[in-house]
Ligand binder design. Structure first.
Ligand code: AMP
Ligand code: MG
Length: 336
């Protein structure tokens, strides 16, 4: 298949592809999504094929107006309305009981569906003009770091999908928060993301997190969270929290012949960089938003370098740092 490259003024062409049951990659505020008409089973199956995604990993549906929500979920509890008022459009996916003509593959056999309204003009125009919700996971090959530019999508999916709409680099850089509201008394974060625990707690009073996020021996409630994720080809190791220890670790690794690539805050970068190492910065330590926005693209960039190992600085698990650490720990084969 010849993949067609479109710019954000050529949305009508992308809409035509979607209406004819094809898959199209498009920008959102989190990462690039790979979209198909969520009511068309054949179209949705093409997403799983192109990505090599296991079919028990359900897809999020993306909507552009609240009427669509009412059409595809059984009811919208008060707690959902509060979250929507504060965070939509935005990076917060709500899990609710499904109804209506959502294609079965979207939900992988579950009686619930994940829904969100993306905060990106291209995504919203595309959904609105398509006139149906778009099922859309991240537009990468399954298991790889999520794409934050159209070029990343091309690297993974060129020739496997109908079109890519290029809308520039995405802002948040990590996926949405997945919030389970099937029990409205107990709003539960299944996956940390762009809207933080603290922000949700502030508007809801009390918020829970799925047990598997704090105890790795417990099976996740969100089916997709059990799979290996976000990994470049080269092994990723999480550095110790102390700079002193990191300096020692890097010296030892280099003595044993490893060629290191590293990804750290500005503060650490000054102390660690030298001519024989390949480094990238995550921005100032006090702005974890920047680290979140750069993580996936930096992992991809370092993967292309002549190195044997990628070492990444940990951040505190507060605010967006929680989502950053969740993705980093899933990408990593070792935590030092
Ligand atoms: P992705 O769009 O690839 O970033 O992944 C979507 C995430 O949402 C995966 O972790 C899915 O398992 C999760 N998800 C989607 N739908 C549901 C659902 N109905 N119940 C629980 N988790 C879901
Ligand atoms: Mg994904």
């Amino acid at each position: 298949m010849q993949t067609v490259f479109l710019n954000s003024k050529e949305i009508d062409q992308a809409v035509a592809f979607l209406k004819s049951g094809q898959v199209v990659a498009f920008p959102t505020e989190t990462v690039y999504g790979l979209g198909a008409d969520a009511t068309n089973e054949e179209a949705v199956k093409k997403i799983f094929e192109a990505k090599g995604r296991p079919n028990d990993n359900p897809l999020i549906i993306h909507i552009s107006n609240i009427d669509q929500l009412e059409r595809y979920v059984e009811s919208v509890p008060e707690v959902a309305r509060t979250v929507i008022n504060h965070f939509w459009p935005g990076p917060c996916t709500l899990i609710l009981r499904k109804k209506g003509s959502i294609a079965p593959s979207v939900t992988g056999g579950l009686d619930t569906v994940g829904v969100r309204m993306p905060d990106h003009p291209v995504a919203l125009e595309l959904i609105e003009k398509a006139g149906v919700p778009l099922a859309a996971p991240s537009a990468n090959s399954s298991g790889k770091p999520s794409p934050t530019t159209a070029l990343h999508v091309t690297r993974d999916l060129n020739g496997k999908i109908q079109a890519i709409v290029d809308g520039g680099a995405t802002g948040v850089g990590l996926e949405s928060t997945v919030l389970d509201l099937t029990n409205p008394e107990r709003p539960t974060i299944l996956r940390p993301g762009g809207v933080t625990f603290e922000e949700l707690e502030h508007v809801l009073g009390e918020v829970w997190t799925d047990d598997h996020l704090t105890d790795a021996s417990i099976a996740p409630k969100s089916p997709g969270m059990k799979y290996k994720h976000y990994s470049p080809e080269k092994p990723v190791w999480v550095l110790p929290a102390s700079l002193e220890q990191t300096i020692k670790v890097m010296d030892q690794l280099e003595k044993s012949g490893k060629k290191i690539g590293f990804l750290v805050s500005d503060e650490w970068f000054e102390q660690l960089s030298n001519d024989s190492r390949m480094g990238q910065t995550l921005g100032e330590k006090k702005t974890p938003q920047q680290a979140a926005a750069r993580l996936f693209s930096s992992l991809r960039a370092l993967d292309d370098e002549d190195i044997s190992l990628i070492l990444v600085e940990p951040y505190l698990k507060v605010g967006i740092g929680t989502a950053y650490m969740n993705r980093l720990e899933k990408a990593a084969s070792r935590i030092l």
